[in-house]
Design a protein. Structure first.
Length: 236
């Protein structure tokens, strides 16, 4: 994502969400903690493969039917979104925030490197989902891979610091339920709202959506084609 933003700097410049730039040392800190998280995820991957080998979980490496792929992918994405929302709310409690989530929130102006910039405790919770889900739901390996790629892509996009979606995206019925980069950027600048990962419905249902989400999105969004006057980026 960093390379994409650099290569398309002219296109993305008008799409910056915040006025301020990342603080000095942010990227180095984010990179270091991201590498630590990668190590934790690798350990979870080894544990998951061992569980599959032992028959504790079941990941099939045969070719699935198309409807199996669709059904399994939708199921795991919906389950992960719910898991993340409630885990995220838990990380924001007084008992957990400083020891588990403060590291991630040091990135008040997030960059793509912030996507996996976690304290070790949060990294453990983040990596727990997949083996936990597979304990109850057998999956095909190709779907697990697709899920992981989707998770990485959406997470990095949410921390990109640039709003790549066009104006009206958060109000259009077919896309309003999807989170945007602005959605998560507001969470980093404030912290008390927008806990969702892929979808906006948990925040809407439970009253945790930022009250200025749509306004902030429209201030950052620029049409994909053509042009319009750009509103001032959020300074939050």
């Amino acid at each position: 994502m960093s390379l994409i933003l650099w290569a398309g700097a002219r296109w993305t410049a008008a799409r910056r969400i915040q006025k301020r730039s990342p603080a000095k040392g942010d990227r180095a800190r984010e990179f270091g903690h991201s590498m630590l998280s990668v190590g934790i995820f690798a350990l979870w991957s080894i544990a998951t493969l061992a569980m599959n080998q032992a028959g504790i979980i079941h990941v099939a490496f045969t070719a699935p039917l198309w409807w199996q792929v669709a059904l399994e992918f939708v199921a795991i994405v919906l389950a992960h979104d719910a898991y993340f929302y409630w885990m995220h709310r838990g990380l924001h409690t007084k008992a957990m925030f400083r020891r588990a989530h403060l590291t991630h929130h040091k990135s008040r102006t997030p960059t793509p490197w912030a996507a996996y910039s976690f304290a070790p405790i949060e990294g453990v919770f983040e990596g727990l989902f997949l083996p936990l889900f597979l304990l109850f739901v057998p999956m095909h390996g190709i779907v697990v891979l697709a899920f992981l790629l989707h998770q990485i892509g959406r997470n990095v996009l949410g921390h990109s610091g640039h709003e790549l979606m066009p104006p009206g995206f958060t109000r259009f019925p077919l896309t309003a339920w999807l989170t945007t980069a602005t959605h998560h950027d507001l969470h980093h600048s404030g912290g008390g709202h927008n806990f969702g990962l892929y979808f906006t419905w948990w925040d809407r249902w439970l009253g945790t959506e930022h009250p200025r989400y749509h306004e902030s999105f429209e201030a950052a969004a620029v049409p994909w084609f053509g042009a319009r006057p750009r509103l001032t980026p959020s300074s939050e």
